[in-house]
Design a binder for this molecule. Sequence first.
Ligand code: NAD
Length: 305
Amino acid sequence: MKQSTIAVVGAGVVGSTTAYTLIMHNLASHILLVDVNDSKCRGEVLDLSDVLSFSSTATIETGSLSQAGQADIAIIAAGIAQKPGQTRAELLEENHRIIRTVIEGMKPLRKDLIIIVVTNPVDVLTSVAQQASGLPHQQVFGSGTMLDTQRLRHMIGSACAVAEESVHVHVLGEHADSQVVAWSSACIAGTPLLEMKGITADMLESWAKQTRAKAYEIIACKGSTAFGVAACVAAYCTNILFDTHRITTVSTYVERYGLYMSCPATLTAQGVGARFLPPLSPIEKDALDRSAQVIKDALIAIGAR
Ligand code: NAD
């Protein structure tokens, strides 16, 4: 693999956990950590540098936004995080300002830079990042509902005694309360989940509810979530750097709605490739329309549409 640089903007809980995960997965030769809080950033870099002996990553350094703009991949995890009981939407105003500042500070951007947005509300802010960057849609995507999808697959897999990667189901739409599970296309080894013995409507409802609620529960218990999203971001970077064309859930530009929301798509060396919005039942389609409207309303509220 050629030498690569991944910049992580935001050295908070998510950013530093992501940097750790990237190092332990040997995903980049060089990692840059960028934060407005110089002391925190330096502390995280010093701490993370102790991990280099156990990895193929050569360097981890503090960097500037303009250096992040010249990386192969820039991960944006800068911004305020949810407090217990708070929704992701409540972060919008402050994090909108921060995302714009970050993207402006990163300019001029490398033409083939790939930006992965993690900051919430992630669908709206990925749209803002793409517009502000001027990069093509395929090069800017958000972490979206990959984590929700993985959580759901894990629950279904445990209940059916099947490994989660063999459970094919996707959480679509907003990475928040309006998200939609595409149950009508869910399957295990080609068998539709809705036709499997022992799977009841109550079970589906309970799994969808637990998927929506899990982040709230983690934040109520320990104040933040980090490990799951860091693992998702590391998987995104693997798929990009190894040009895998593997299908994963990303917050990407969906033509049908003209905005960023989560749907399954391939990831390639150029970013997001083909998008695959699964066939939906009329009820699921209505729910996805409502989810898109929630994202659209937020974009309108901040003047980004
Ligand atoms: P945190 O408070 O621990 O860290 C945020 C960091 O951003 C801080 O270190 C802060 O100094 C830095 N920052 C603020 N403004 C900046 C700027 N202009 N430039 C550079 N750095 C700046 O928060 P966290 O727990 O790491 O969460 C970060 C974001 O990630 C939040 O918005 C959170 O909601 C989101 N998040 C998303 C997911 C997901 O699945 N998409 C999961 C978890 C958290």
